[in-house]
Design a protein around this ligand. Structure first.
Ligand SMILES: Nc1ncnc2c1ncn2[C@@H]1O[C@H](COP(=O)(O)OP(=O)(O)OP(=O)(O)O)[C@@H](O)[C@H]1O
Ligand SMILES: [Mg+2]
Length: 302
């Protein structure tokens, strides 16, 4: 694997981007998974990436997290204003240390471990104690252990799982597992959190909890990049939306702009009913607490 790319000067003051993707092209043999994809995300924004199955959404996340190396393009991450890091060429754990964390389309938890232990794995990836320090029981090791317990409880409480800390993760309901994965990702102290279909397979009550959780995360100052098929969730939490189709960005704008865009209606929703219904169900800037919504019209899951 090549060395991390050279860091570049920060973006001009005032733009305050957290992420800038330019001209990303990813090919697998003859298949172009991402075709000259550009997008940018403002700090604190919930930016949603939508598009039909196979549009390239997860491939984009894989490029942003060091899993795939695109043939062309650039990815610049701004962990804080005035600091810019080039992401491409770094391994996944290095990208995570920069401040980008993710969850996966197919949940990846340590099934035999408790919820608390899963979150501690995220937290401890940031700590200085290695295996030798742990074996020697150094004083700082005991302090870090105590701190990571406290932080894991705090994060579990934040995602609504404080009472399930000691349950084995595989025994948790599906929606709880999704939120546990988010807590683990938050344990790595990201500035940018990538969520790949966090609502997939969840029930309506769990979707509402997720909606509130995503807003709560954004309120803590963590920017959220959200892949989601559930249009109602997207319309409710996203500040802006980028639409991918066959690896290309076909539209970008506010949820209201997107739902009216004929290209989106044609390519993604095949007729427009679903996006209109989804938007009617919930405004883009909905209050945090509201009446239970009806079943999502535009939902697809894997
Ligand atoms: N490792 C790989 N090798 C070959 N082709 C791949 C690989 N990863 C992704 N692709 C292809 O790239 C295209 C985009 O896939 P991707 O998983 O990014 O889509 P997606 O938008 O996330 O779809 P979904 O909504 O179903 O999750 C698909 O045609 C897929 O088969
Ligand atoms: Mg995907």
């Amino acid at each position: 694997m090549s060395a991390p790319a050279v860091e570049r000067p920060a973006a001009p003051a005032g733009t305050d981007k957290v992420l800038e993707v330019s001209g990303l092209t990813l090919r697998f043999g003859g298949l172009t998974s991402l075709d000259n994809v550009s997008l940018s995300q403002t700090r604190g924004e919930v930016l949603s990436v939508i598009g039909p199955n196979g549009a390239g959404k997860t491939s984009l996340f894989n490029c942003l997290t060091g899993v795939y190396t695109p043939q062309e393009g650039d990815v610049r991450f701004f962990p804080e204003p005035g600091v810019v890091k080039s992401v491409l060429g770094r391994k996944p754990y290095q990208v995570n240390h920069l401040g980008i964390a993710r969850t996966f389309q197919n949940i990846r938890l340590f099934n035999a471990l408790t919820a608390l232990e899963n979150v501690k794995i995220g937290i401890e990836s940031r700590q200085r104690t290695g295996p030798i320090g742990a074996m020697l029981h150094m004083p700082w090791n005991r302090r870090e252990e105590r701190e990571s317990d406290e932080e894991a409880y705090r994060l579990l409480t934040f995602v609504g799982l404080g009472k399930r800390a000691n349950e084995v993760s595989s025994s948790l309901p599906y929606g709880d597992q999704r939120r546990l994965e988010i807590a683990r990702a938050l344990g790595t102290q990201p500035r940018l959190l990538l969520l790949d279909e966090p609502a997939a397979g969840t029930n309506p009550a769990e979707k509402r909890q997720l909606e509130v959780l995503i807003r709560d995360i954004a309120e803590t100052g963590v920017s959220v990049l959200l892949i989601e098929h559930d249009m109602k969730l997207v319309m409710s939490v996203a500040t802006n939306v980028v639409v991918l189709n066959f690896g290309q960005v076909i539209a970008a704008g506010t949820p209201q702009q997107i739902q009216r865009d004929p290209k989106v209606v044609e390519a993604y929703l095949g007729g427009g009913d679903d996006v209109d219904k989804a938007a009617a169900n919930k405004p883009a800037k909905a209050p945090a607490k509201k009446a239970p919504a009806k079943k999502t019209p535009a939902e697809e899951t894997d």
